[in-house]
Every structure is written in structure tokens, then in C-alpha cells.
Unconditional design. Structure first.
Length: 189
């Protein structure tokens, strides 16, 4: 499953899978109970691909943390989010020892194990990264480079054909308006 298709919605428990999106709302399906609903565009929605976990070094994407848990558990569920706080903390520390406990709260760890267990129950692993442009080295492939070249030429051609309209000299335009205004004022008065 692609991680970009999974959302967390503020104020709603669990995770949601994107079914369709429009300009005003997103149609989602709850991964907890399978119910479909429409989420307005004003709702605070977080894509799991955009979430990171604080560590003592660089922040780690949530997808990497979830995949590490899945590898450590060999596909089995982890502890329940209702377990003792210390048990959850010890479990996560065994998998992500570099976690920064000053910035990652216990509620975050509970949510992490809850989301992991939910994703395991839905068979979402291994989570796939969002598709990026170019090859793995960050360089675009030859095919992608060829596809981009004509597009660049078209936009340059459009820019060349769109020339601003020729402007009339300022003196003539303002003089004509003054003459018309004087003529109108003489007729009226």
C-alpha cells in the first residue's frame, strides 16, 4: 500500500484510506470500521508520508519507523496502545533507540503502536514510498528528460507569442480626454 493513500484526520480516531479527492472534499474509508465519509477541505488532514519522528540526529519519516517495527515484529502485531506506558516506551526504544524522548510524548508512542497494529490488520505492509521524479540517484531518467524538453519549448514559445499590446503615447491619450471633457462641460453649462 502506498503511504500517500493513508491519512490521519484531526479529531477522528484511527487512519483513513483515500478513495477520491475533489476540490472541496476528500472521500475516505475508515481503516477501523470500513465506513466511508466525506471530509471537508477545511479539516486538518495529515498524510502519513508527511509525518516524521523526532530523533537525536535527523528526523526519521514515519514510514521508515513503521517498516522498522514491521521487520522487528516479523509481520506480527505489536503491543496494544492500551498497555502500560513503560511497556510501550520499551517496545519502541528497542526498535528506534535514537528517539528523542524530550520531544516525542507518550501519547505519540501510543498513537504509533495503534496505527502500526491497524496497518498490520489491513495487510498494508510493506509501506511504499511516494513516487519521486527521476531515478534513485535523483537524476531524471533519459525518458523523463526527453518528455520534459518539449514541454519547456512549448512554454517558451507561448511566452514569445504573448507580447503586450502597443501602448499609445501618454500625451495624446490624455489630451484627447481633456478635449472631450471640455466639450462636454461647455454643452452642459
Amino acid at each position: 500500500m502506498k503511504i500517500t493513500d493513508i491519512l490521519a484526520i484531526a479529531g477522528k480516531p484511527g487512519l483513513y484510506q483515500v478513495l477520491a479527492s475533489g476540490s472541496a472534499s476528500i472521500v475516505v474509508e475508515s481503516m477501523m470500521d470500513g465506513k466511508r465519509s466525506s471530509v471537508p477541505g477545511t479539516a486538518r488532514v495529515s498524510n502519513l508520508a508527511d509525518i516524521t519522528m523526532y530523533t537525536n540526529e535527523d528526523d526519521v519519516p514515519l514510514m521508515d519507523v513503521l517498516n522498522r517495527i514491521h521487520d522487528a515484529q516479523k509481520g506480527a502485531e505489536g503491543p496494544s496502545h492500551k498497555d502500560a506506558a513503560q511497556a510501550i516506551r520499551d517496545f519502541i526504544d528497542g526498535i528506534v533507540p535514537e528517539l528523542d524522548h524530550e520531544r516525542v510524548y507518550q501519547s505519540d508512542l501510543k498513537k504509533l503502536v495503534q496505527w502500526y497494529n491497524l496497518l498490520v490488520s489491513k495487510g498494508a505492509f510493506p509501506l511504499e514510498a511516494p513516487e519521486e521524479e527521476g531515478a534513485e540517484g535523483g537524476e531524471p531518467t533519459e525518458e523523463q528528460a526527453e518528455q520534459k524538453k518539449p514541454a519547456a519549448k512549448k512554454s517558451a514559445a507561448k511566452k514569445a507569442t504573448k507580447k503586450p499590446a502597443a501602448k499609445k503615447p501618454a500625451g495624446k491619450t490624455s489630451g484627447a480626454k481633456k478635449a472631450a471633457t471640455k466639450a462636454n462641460s461647455k454643452k452642459g453649462g
